[in-house]
Design a protein around this ligand. Structure first.
Ligand code: BGC
Length: 393
């Protein structure tokens, strides 16, 4: 019965067309309040009968633990039951978990994929059962059955990472304007990208390379290894150990084994940054940037990296407030379950190979040492004690 009502709601949504009609749901301002209220009231008082399946990729990175917890808490606060699963970065585990969510009769799925192309048959089954799907942070590709996408502006993440590298190297100010007293170079850098099966990794890399290109073209920056193609610099599963091993190889092949002449490393994720930093420290480049450690960027404001930034070891990270992303997923889910159209703020960028998926994208913030207090502690994301200890509760 429940499923039939759902299916009717989704059919109604499809008839209306999902994209960009200014509906209610996952947005800021009045429409958010309205959508939250509507979805609360229209789904009735026995919402614990409605279960939302939430699939997260891994618990090895603190960001996904924060995401999972925040989505669960947000949905439970609205009265829904939540089936939260982590897949240990193992694709068969995740497909099995999603299969089970569908056979158990979960009413809506919020999925952060490991491999963006591996959930096609699960999405077919979900659609056949009338279960709507929200792609969470990472776009699921090659399926028409992705109903909505919540994420950050992934291209801008890459721009922010590259801008931060340029700032750290003294070539620009923090906003990316050319510095008056910029070193003439050449400055040697190396590049890392994320997992090639994650749609976001290409967006991050493209944003970064578009930003670095003028400096590479005019010879100010030199990628000494010559490894500038995405396929050459990608890091499967975003794995820290793989990044460390690649950095060690780059150091011995191009920097005399002791890192001499390496000024900076573009890193797309804090776990990769810490792998890179371990490699740089272990060849004696210094314990901190002040001691000679190269500039290393990052992403996610993972607590271990925030502590590194505070101690002057890692230069920066890109803070993506997972509380806001979880809120958007919750509001979108509430709207969809009420048969409404979630509010999108981007209906052109995220083509998953089959369709352009209506999206709600959130802004990102670059965090250097000086920003930790205002962005992370004052906002309640971490306590000062957590930043000092490098461990979040
Ligand atoms: C996320 C990043 C994260 C990376 C590794 C990406 O899909 O957008 O925030 O750093 O996965 O977990």
């Amino acid at each position: 019965m429940k499923k039939q009502i759902m299916a009717a709601g989704i059919a109604g949504l499809l008839a209306l067309g999902m994209a960009g009609c200014g509906g209610q749901g996952a947005g800021g301002g009045d429409s958010t309040d309205e959508a939250t209220t509507d979805s609360t009231s229209t789904t009735g008082s026995d919402k614990s009968d409605i279960t939302i399946g939430v699939a997260m990729p891994t618990q090895t990175s603190t960001r996904w633990i924060a995401d999972g917890n925040a989505v669960k808490e947000g949905l439970e606060a609205l009265g829904y039951s939540v089936d939260l699963q982590y897949a240990g970065d193992d694709i068969p585990t995740q497909t099995q978990q999603v299969d089970q969510m569908i056979t158990k009769g979960d009413d809506l799925l919020i999925l952060a994929s490991i491999d963006g192309t591996a959930l096609g048959s699960q999405l077919d089954a979900a659609a056949a059962a009338g279960i709507p799907v929200i792609s969470y942070d990472r776009l699921i590709r090659d399926s028409e059955h992705v109903d909505f996408y919540v994420s950050f502006d992934n291209y801008k993440v890459g721009v922010a990472q590259a801008t931060s590298l340029l700032f750290g190297l003294g070539l620009t100010d923090k906003e990316g304007n050319k510095a008056a007293d910029a070193p003439s170079g050449p400055l040697n850098i190396e590049l890392f990208a994320g997992s090639a099966d994650d749609n976001n990794a290409g967006f991050f890399f493209n944003g970064a390379m578009d930003t670095l290109k003028p400096f590479i073209d005019d010879g100010t920056l030199v990628v000494k290894s010559g490894q500038t193609e995405f396929a050459q610099v990608a890091t499967l599963r975003w794995e820290q150990a793989a990044a460390q091993a690649r950095m060690e190889n780059l150091l011995s092949a191009n920097y005399g084994g002791n890192g001499e002449g390496l000024a900076g490393v573009l890193s797309p994720f804090d776990g990769i940054s810490r792998g890179v930093i371990t490699a740089l420290q272990s060849v004696g480049m210094g314990d901190t940037i002040a001691d000679g450690l190269p500039i290393v960027t990052g992403q996610d404001a993972e607590i271990a990296s925030v502590t590194f930034i505070d101690k002057g070891i890692q230069f920066s990270t890109i803070f993506k407030d997972t509380r806001l992303l979880a809120d958007q997923a919750v509001v979108a889910a509430g709207a969809m379950l009420a048969g409404e159209e979630p509010e999108a703020n981007d209906t052109t960028t995220y083509d998953n190979g089959v369709k352009v998926v209506p999206s709600y994208l959130l802004p990102v913030v670059t965090v250097n040492k000086d920003d930790i207090q205002a962005e992370l502690i004052d906002s309640g994301y971490y306590t000062a004690d957590e930043v000092a200890s490098g461990q979040a509760d």
